[in-house]
Design a protein. Structure first.
Ligand code: G1P
Length: 289
């Protein structure tokens, strides 16, 4: 039987250059979609999928993430004194979400290198990895969709979605055979291929379930696209020795690390809110284009 997935890793050490100047002094993971920082969306997804323990891979100038998930004593005190019970509960619930650990990547040598920092944390167990830029809005949490497949096949699982046209070359891309509806056995994969060389329209989305043998594969992975140690290349090495599966996620994926993707996610999430949605919808309807 497949081991239970209890742990999740969040690579969050990137410099956020796509979002400058906002990310000069603020980690991009702390940019807010409506009223919640980006990283909290995927932490909540992980918790809703059964994850108990989280490791966030951070870098310099990113300590506001740690503060966000910690107890805020002064704030709680003030809210208590002012009788703002709802807000007090809200602030406390963030600190209670999960058991969160932090480690620093040091040099930013690529996603594979970032995930390698989780070797000790994983301690021989299979684990999930979530890229916080990728927000998946779905009924059943994206990671839970993947855990179900991991439990069935007892093998690593990648999230995938169809991407139309040339945009595919901004992703890792898999070549795969559908073995049951929306579940694929991976034949090959490549990181950010030119459009003409993409093996399919199935892009890798930032959710993975790895087995501990990924670490040895990362150790032998040479720098690839962009001169970085790519996790796609490490998975490709491992694919020679073991099967990999991919799940076509049921949901909408937003690239919140991109300015346009962030704006779209903001509008969609705001429209869904009971407290903001109706008025915001009226405002949008009244806009002149
Ligand atoms: C990373 C992965 C890529 C994947 C993408 C999903 O790329 O390397 O394979 O398709 O995330 O968002 P990045 O967007 O960090 O360059």
């Amino acid at each position: 039987m497949a081991q239970k997935i209890r742990k999740a890793v969040f690579p969050a050490a990137g410099l956020g250059t796509r979002f400058l100047p906002a990310t000069k002094a603020t980690p991009k993971e702390m940019l807010t979609l409506v009223d919640k920082p980006l990283i909290q969306y995927s932490v909540e997804e992980a918790v809703a999928s059964g994850i108990e323990s989280i490791l966030i891979i951070t870098g310099r100038d990113k300590s506001s993430m740690e503060d966000h998930f910690d107890i805020s004593f002064e704030l709680e005190q003030v809210l208590k004194e002012r009788g703002k019970d709802d807000m007090l509960q809200l602030v406390r619930s963030v600190a209670k979400l999960a058991n969160i650990n932090y480690t620093r990547q040091g040099e930013a040598l690529g996603l594979g290198h970032a995930i390698y920092q989780a070797k000790g944390f994983a301690a021989g167990e299979p684990f999930a990895t979530l890229l916080p830029d990728d927000i998946v809005d779905s009924e059943k949490p994206a990671l839970k969709q993947m855990i179900d497949v991991f439990e069935k096949y007892d093998a690593p699982v990648i999230a995938t979605m169809q991407i139309e046209g040339e945009a595919i070359s901004r992703f890792g891309v898999i070549d795969a055979e559908e073995v049951e509806p929306n579940v694929f056995k991976v034949r090959d994969m490549v990181e950010k291929p030119p459009f003409a060389e993409a093996p399919s329209d199935l892009a890798i989305i930032g959710r993975y379930i790895f087995t501990p043998d990924i670490f040895a594969a990362i150790e032998t992975t040479k720098p690839g696209a962009g001169g970085e140690i790519q996790i796609t290349d490490a998975m490709r090495l491992l694919l020679k020795d073991r099967p990999f599966y991919a799940v076509k996620l049921d949901g909408i994926r937003h690239d919140a690390g991109d300015k346009l993707g962030f704006l779209i996610a903001t509008v969609e999430f705001a429209l869904k809110r009971n407290d903001l949605g109706p008025e915001f919808r009226e405002f949008l309807k009244g806009l002149k284009f």
